[in-house]
Design a protein around this ligand. Structure first.
Ligand code: SIN
Length: 488
């Protein structure tokens, strides 16, 4: 493939957000800054404030002060502000999609979809805020009344990843705010602009000072150290790698914080002998190549029943060849660059390792230019190759055949992570048996894109703890308080 032609819209640069840090309700231009790079050209596009210990301490004070007021604000008022935030996010869809295209290379058309997804969490939790009732529990003692209430856990420290710069922010922040918590957000080093713009929209919607603060930083360690050690911060929520998640889990134990960890996956996509192959091809492509393969729930290893493997590979190859690689600012682009050279190096390493082990490249297989990697289809892959044993986070689809449902399940479950898995079958009994046997937090049955704001998202084993989305997502920000009343 030849080098990628720049989109005409690359010449124009709409608002790149305030580009600072949001502490309390003021935009702070710190003396120390760090650059945000255009993922496609590598050029710096903005400078943002580089927060360190001092800013973390200040933000914690603001979060604690704001919490005292926000928790006492009626659910109706919190809901109305969230609803106005939703309206503003929707109204700025194009601008937010553009920011994401610049800072992490997500194609704008896909970015518009992410903005809708991100706004969906805000809309859902604006509604949920009003439904946080309690319960009464019958007592065996006639003179007692037992009440169970929900209370916000307190100020929250949220760490979000670069692969969904908008949706992972709202998936954490919206339920926290709806529950009555305040949030200090540390966006990924690569993608602070979208987070800052979302926070600006929150203030415009009437979000009170200190309820949402954003601390960009080039090195997350000093900020995290302060906030995790601070006993007033009652909850830590993190999306990112299993390795970092485990470290944060240990650190958070010292102040006994509530914790949600959404960590790595390595999703198996099982196509059974009776599957509708055309539908499976369409959906596996949507799952595998979403965000150029850089999502935790992307199909990462494709297992096809031996009786259908040849047919599947032939049709899938046609789909993969037709994917449009290009400038993320071009609305027709389906695959953009990888986020950075480390991401690219991992993909190159996985493909090289698979080829050395005997895998065959059916489509793609190489670097195009910069951080672009060709959409790739490999066959003849097997357990023991890096690509079948680890998360690749790139546009490479490895296919392996299997002979029985038991074998497919054994292969699917033989990894230390358990976020998302997929099964393709027309047999209802098999659909139930296989989905129940899969050790995963999310299972898509004939569905390659199961994530949605009203459903629980999260994994088992090394994929983390807790759930985001739906009513489960707001429970993560609520403590249960039981009140026993002895009648006089
Ligand atoms: C992720 O990659 O963690 C998020 C994917 C999604 O919400 O669909």
């Amino acid at each position: 493939m030849t080098a990628i032609a720049p989109a005409p819209s690359r010449a124009t640069l709409p608002s790149l957000g305030p580009g600072l840090a949001l502490i309390g309700d003021s935009w702070q231009a710190l003396p120390g800054t760090f650059p945000v790079h255009d993922a496609t050209t590598g050029e710096p596009v903005a400078e943002v404030s580089n927060c360190r210990e001092q800013e973390a301490r200040l933000a914690a004070d603001h979060a604690v002060a704001a919490f005292a007021v926000w928790r006492a604000t009626s659910a109706w008022e919190r809901s109305a502000i969230l609803r106005r935030w939703f309206d503003r996010i929707v109204a700025h869809e194009g601008e937010l999609a553009h920011l994401m295209a610049r800072e992490m290379g997500k194609p704008v058309t896909e970015g518009r979809g992410e903005v809708k997804y991100a706004a969906g969490f805000v809309e859902f939790y604006a509604e949920e805020a009003k439904r946080l009732g309690g319960e009464t529990v019958p007592s065996q003692f006639p003179g007692k009344r037992l009440l169970v209430n929900h209370k916000p856990v307190g100020p929250v420290y949220a760490i979000t990843p670069w692969n969904f710069p908008a949706a992972m922010v709202t998936r954490k922040v919206a339920p926290a705010l709806a529950a009555g918590c305040t949030v200090i957000l540390k966006p990924a080093e690569a993608t602070p602009l979208t987070a800052l713009r979302l926070a600006e929209l929150w203030l415009e919607a009437g979000g009170p000072a200190g309820t949402l603060q954003v601390l960009p930083c080039a090195d997350p360690v000093p900020v995290s150290r302060v906030l995790i050690a601070d006993p007033r911060i009652r909850k830590l929520t993190f999306t990112g790698s299993t390795e970092v998640g485990m470290r944060l889990y240990a650190q958070a134990a010292t102040t006994m914080k509530r914790l949600s960890l959404e960590l790595g996956g390595h999703a198996p996509f099982i196509i059974c002998a009776d599957a509708d192959i055309d539908a499976a091809v369409t959906q596996v492509a949507a799952s595998k190549f979403r965000n150029a393969g850089q999502t935790c729930v992307c199909a990462n290893r494709i297992y096809v029943h031996e009786s259908r493997c040849e047919e599947f590979v032939e049709r899938f190859a046609t789909t993969v060849r037709a994917l449009r690689v290009g400038d993320p600012l071009d609305p027709s682009t389906q695959i953009g660059p990888l986020v950075n050279s480390e991401g690219l190096d991992k993909v190159i390493d996985h493909v090289r390792d698979a080829r050395a082990g005997g895998a065959e490249v059916v489509v793609g297989g190489g670097v195009i230019s910069g951080n672009y990697f060709e959409p790739t289809l490999l066959t003849g892959t097997r357990t023991g190759m890096k690509i079948m044993d680890e998360e690749t986070f790139g546009p490479v689809a490895p296919v392996m055949s299997f002979t029985s449902d038991d074998e497919a399940l054994r292969l699917a479950n033989a990894v230390p992570v358990g976020l998302a898995a997929y099964v393709w079958t027309r047999d209802l009994g098999r659909a139930f048996r296989m989905s129940e046997a899969l050790e995963y937090g999310i299972v898509g049955v004939n569905d390659g894109l199961p994530a949605t704001p009203q459903a629980p998202f999260g994994g088992v084993k090394n994929s983390g703890i807790g759930r985001e989305g739906g009513r489960w997502g707001i429970e993560e920000y609520l403590d249960v308080q039981y009140i026993s009343i002895q009648l006089p």
